[in-house]
Design a protein around this ligand. Structure first.
Ligand code: SAM
Length: 365
């Protein structure tokens, strides 16, 4: 035990604890009859320690290494993926810090508002490269948005990302603070300005309409951003999410049964009524069709197996926001319930529906 502890860089006490809780049990015996670690035990210990260093709790680790369908190669692949993700995140944070240091070195001040504004952009600098795999225009949502644009000729698209909902038949200007997202805009798409919603670099009433799709919940100050849209455009169209309805987390089985942490993610988000008031908007529901082409968080309500697929989840910011522990737990219990038929028992009625109201709302002002 002492030798393994030395090699692994942990204390003998830790190994005793892992033994007591059944996480890593030395299964071999020395010639003198003392318990010793077999090659398999050492392999398991390495996996346990790697998951621990990635921030997983002991219970989570026990479930991960206890998964009978994952062999050593599967664990190495999973660990490699998690580490690469962490490295990308760290690189993006270093780049953001360098930018801020550069600004400060020039004697320019960075206000708390600017720091908060950049939070959403930083998130997308971290996760944005996964976005195009599944995020694209859903034609029926696009039709509803474009209808709300009315006869507007000039359109400002705020938090534009890769431009999924930009109408092709109008003059569009995009605003997008994340460099990673700007770089992924298709060749020939509308000109894009690097800025945040909370301080739009345009004169009052520069556009016929300002639109924002699936972005307001990322802004440091959503109401300030909406007021800015109102200032620079005659009309405003915003696709957002309703958290006013009592019991809203129960609307969607994913948040109700597997990811209650989603409630904490949206806790600081303003009420729909508050956002509507800020710009004088009315709200209309945006149903999510069963075969929604845009891989947003609610898109797969009738295709639950999609949430088990890594690249599908990576294009949904919610999973990064709740963190790896909650994500792994949710995925594991959903997988179990799909296999055991429990998901189908609870949600069988969904198979008969073509569209669901999962709280998406279009604010039109
Ligand atoms: C889920 S994506 C939506 C992109 C696009 N509107 C779409 O529907 O595909 C959210 C976008 O909001 C951007 N964003 C984050 N914080 C922002 C802010 N303060 N102002 C404007 N956009 C912001 C992100 O960089 C990201 O590109």
């Amino acid at each position: 035990m002492g030798r393994v502890a030395g090699l692994a860089g942990v204390s003998v006490r830790t190994l005793h604890h892992y033994d007591t809780i059944g996480l890593v049990r030395p299964s071999a015996r020395t010639p003198a009859g003392y318990r010793a670690y077999s090659t398999g035990d050492v392999e398991r210990l390495r996996e346990v320690l790697a998951y621990r260093r990635l921030g997983f709790g002991l219970r989570e680790v026990a479930e991960l290494v206890g998964d009978p369908s994952a062999d050593a190669v599967a664990h190495l692949r999973r660990l490699r993926g998690l580490l690469l993700e962490r490295r990308e995140r760290a690189d993006a944070m270093v780049a953001a810090i360098d930018r801020e240091l550069g600004t400060r070195a020039k004697g320019l001040s960075v206000t708390p508002e600017e720091q908060l504004e950049m939070l959403g952009a930083r998130l997308y600098d971290e996760i944005g490269s996964a976005y195009p795999a599944t995020r694209r225009t859903e034609p029926r949502i696009a039709a509803q948005i474009w209808d709300a644009l009315g006869d507007a000729r000039t359109v400002l698209n705020v938090g534009a990302g890769t431009g999924s909902y930009e109408p092709a038949d109008r003059e569009v200007t995009a605003v997008e603070p994340s460099a990673v997202m700007r770089a992924q805009r298709p060749v020939g798409s509308a000109p894009c300005v690097a800025a945040a919603a909370e301080s739009l670099p345009f004169q009052d009433r520069s556009f016929d309409v300002a639109m924002a799709v699936s972005t307001v919940h990322h802004w440091g100050d959503p109401v300030a951003g909406l007021r800015e849209m109102r200032r620079v455009a005659r009309r405003v169209v915003v696709l957002t999410f309703d958290t006013d309805e009592p019991g809203w987390p129960d609307r969607f089985w994913l948040t109700r049964d597997y990811l209650p942490e989603f409630v904490d993610v949206l806790a600081p988000f303003p009420s729909l009524a508050g956002m509507a008031d800020a710009i004088g908007a009315r709200a209309e529901p945006v149903p999510v069709l069963w075969d929604c082409a845009d891989g947003l968080f609610e898109a797969y309500w009738r295709r639950p197996g999609a949430y088990l697929v890594d690249h599908v989840r990576r294009a949904m910011s919610v999973w990064t926001r709740v963190g790896p522990e909650a994500e792994q737990r949710a995925v594991r219990s959903l997988r179990d319930d799909l296999e055991s038929g429990r998901w189908a028992e609870r949600n069988g009625d969904l198979t008969g529906l073509d569209a669901a109201d999962l709280g998406l709302r279009l604010l039109v002002a």
